[in-house]
Design a protein around this ligand. Structure first.
Ligand SMILES: Nc1ncnc2c1ncn2[C@@H]1O[C@H](COP(=O)(O)OP(=O)(O)O)[C@@H](O)[C@H]1O
Ligand SMILES: [Mg+2]
Length: 145
């Protein structure tokens, strides 16, 4: 486990970009954190690490956005999902192992997440300060800034 203090949106994006460089391409990344914590910012940085420059935004209505980068990236927003049937109907389980999945509002589907995953918790400390804890990303520590 690894804890990082971010002082800006750019720093959060940079951390995620660093994480992207340690991935093989089939990981599940579960994001936890309140509204405005920086889950979408984190996803944007990860996407940039895969060479995806298109506007990354919360897929609140679409539930999932798909991006084609060095590896396929599937960006979920589980804000409105609160049952297994809802989750199943997003096609969630079909995406597994076909790319990197990154999931906002993982709180809502926690019991259905695979055991093997990377967990990212973002806690808002102040307007610009975030405490970001990353669990399950074994190689991240080797990639310093
Ligand atoms: N250290 C930081 N990391 C990430 N976002 C930050 C930080 N400081 C301020 N912000 C602001 O917080 C907001 C985060 O928004 P967003 O990524 O959409 O959050 P979420 O997807 O968790 O709701 C943005 O307006 C961003 O500019
Ligand atoms: Mg968001």
């Amino acid at each position: 486990m690894f804890t990082y203090l971010s002082g800006s949106e750019a720093a959060t994006e940079a951390l995620a970009e660093r994480l992207s460089r340690t991935l093989k391409g089939n990981e599940v990344i579960a994001l936890f954190g309140d509204l405005g914590a920086g889950k979408t910012a984190f996803t944007r940085g990860l996407a940039r690490g895969f060479g995806i420059q298109d506007g990354v935004s919360s897929p609140t209505f679409a539930l999932v956005h798909e991006y084609e980068g060095k590896v396929p990236l599937y960006h979920f927003d589980m804000y409105r999902i609160n049952s297994y049937d809802d989750l199943y109907s997003t096609g969630f389980f079909d995406y597994m192992d076909n790319g990197v999945m990154i999931i906002e509002w993982s709180e809502n589907i926690e019991t259905f997440l695979p055991e093997k995953r990377i967990t990212v918790r973002i806690r808002t400390l102040s307007e610009t300060q975030r405490e970001i804890t990353i669990e399950g990303a074994e190689k991240l520590e080797d990639f310093s800034d």
